[in-house]
Design a binder for this molecule. Sequence first.
Ligand code: GLU
Length: 281
Amino acid sequence: MPRGRLAPTPTGFLHVGHARTFALAAERARRDGGTLVYRTEDLDASRCRPEFAEAAMADLRWLGLDWQEGPDVGGPCGPYVQSQRQPWFAEVWRQLQATGAIYPCDKSRQDVARALTAPHAEDDAEPIFPPALRPALGQGREAREPGAQNWRFRVPDGETIAFTDALRGPQAFVAGRDFGDFLVWRRDGFPAYELAVVADDQAMDITEVVRGADLLLSTARQLLIYRALGWAAPSWAHAPLIVDAEGRRLAKRTAGLSIRELRAAGRSPTEVLTAPLSALL
Ligand code: GLU
């Protein structure tokens, strides 16, 4: 049976872009009687707030989205809040570490910036981790705990990571060119996003991941984690990002387009989900 998920990060109020991506995720999961799972991704304690987690669920319920498993309704794969899933993440770290795919990394942002030969193209793009800063193969093999250090996944330089997106068709990214060694564990003791998402999509038996197109590159990274662990990956559908009149991506701070503001302004769920943005402002 299909299983899809909604996985918001509670760092602010959800906006119309989230509403549309999540509605698509809900619709695709529920086709053929599948199950929709709700998961709160609150591992970044400095930016996430419980009131945003509550607001996200209330806003999505108001829109009519209906999940069968989640923080408020429970289910067999819980807890459905990532900050309560640390034992599972530690277990996945151990499995990944045993494969030799990851290494401890003591390089700072400044080290990375200094080692980069060329400035990276887009300001918000993550710089490619310079291969010159990698430790020798086997470094960290003896570790039994992640400890207070960052861990990175060693990507297979030059290999094309390809997948078929259910909405966008064939996709291909080259490891070492489009993305470099990426964080899987943070020295604050929590898993990095890429590890946490794979760990939980696996544990929650997700068959299709529907999310915004800003995460396409993450899918390539996540496929490498699935492969290293010998897990079957889900299928993928990346929804187009909603942009404002100037072509900028909506952010959680974009005024006037949060689900709650639109609701307070008298908009209906159908309008929030389908009206042209210009008609909502
Ligand atoms: N929690 C992530 C976010 O809100 C999305 C994770 C995912 O869908 O894989 O940006």
